[in-house]
Design a binder for this molecule. Sequence first.
Ligand code: IMP
Length: 434
Amino acid sequence: MATNVVIGAQWGDEGKGKVVDLYTEFADMVVRFQGGNNAGHTLVVERDGELEKTVLHLIPSGILHEDTRCVIASGVVLDPGVLIEEIEGLRAQGYSVEPDQLVVAENASVIMPYHQTLDVARESDDSQQKIGTTGRGIGPCYEDRVGRRAIFARDLTDEARLRRKIGSNLAEKNQILSSMGADTYETDELVERCLEWGEQLEPFVVDAGRLVDEAVQRDERVLFEGAQGTMLDIGHGTYPYVTSSHTTSGGVCVGAGIAPRDIGGVVGISKAYCTRVGRGPFPTELDNEAGEHLREVGNEFGSTTGRPRRCGWVDVAGLRYAHRVNGFSGLAVTKLDVLSGLDTVKICVGYTDEDGKRYDQPPSDPDLLEALDPVYEELPGWEDDITGVRVLEDLPDAARQFLNRLETLLEVPIVLVSVGPARNETIVVENVYH
Ligand code: IMP
């Protein structure tokens, strides 16, 4: 089976963009199967001798490789304005973005302006539970899909259908929005906006599920690119402090429409430490000098919202759980270089409650998780700059000891270690597309 899935093993921002970019070199097709423009990948690629930065929120990073087909599958929530902006931005940078390189599932749900307004209104309403969302309308859009009110990408060129769906949606949405003191919307105005989007996106909108399945059956190398992370999964994360989609490997089947038997490898991505944005429990969070070191050296500020990320030690109890729900065939450890310069490094191996009861995985109740204390193993740190290292054997002993311990505790082989942001600052232990 030539398919691989890349999944965030923590709370998102694990450096999936770089790993996906590396694997894309070998992939024929890259598929986004969940989430929307709440995600953000910063890619640093050398072009004509210069390092160039590209930030993508929706389009799979495979788009930087001309021969790789990129798919936005039906499990994604699609903000058409953001997609059009990304297409135009890439073209302005000199990349080709044609319908044979990028396709959008006709049944991907459209994030409407009222979804975003509702998301922001809820987050600023004191009577509502605050999640710390990205404010992109992700949750309200998924709610409408589950509520059977979704507007699909294919609807964007069908005026009669748009008028009918938007009219009935607004009858309800405007009441909610005005009760919260937020902006309301007119059907005519939104139909007009949708038709403009539809005109620009029509060439890209196809039966993407069929295309993905055909590629899988032809045994092409297909890469499924997860967004966010396991602990933000709507079903298996630290609910309610989660996103609204299935970020785990099972999400590939429902989000891209392929059979479980067609999933080959599942690569979990974990930082050598841990971060989280938004609210919710975070057992290994640090509020000290080491945490500050991780934030500053790791440049832990969100690429979508710019928010400073909460930082802490790597949590093997959390990773054990991530392995349980995803079935990792390999682990990629990112940002190992950020730990350089610390006297000692810690690995959380479990938690205890106030009565001394041990937990080797996070409990599903976030209030209980919040109340638990991490149990650490402390290992020696290392001083050396490791960004130039390309094989495990050249790492300082303490860094190797750290990786060995992670591998032993988790019982998942490490397939890749990232030692810097650039594409080549990587130790490839095993190529998953061999
Ligand atoms: P939403 O996805 O905007 O609804 O946000 C729900 C939660 O998921 C919030 O805690 C966000 O900070 C978090 N979240 C959403 N997308 C990302 C991401 O790409 N990286 C990290 N956290 C994210």
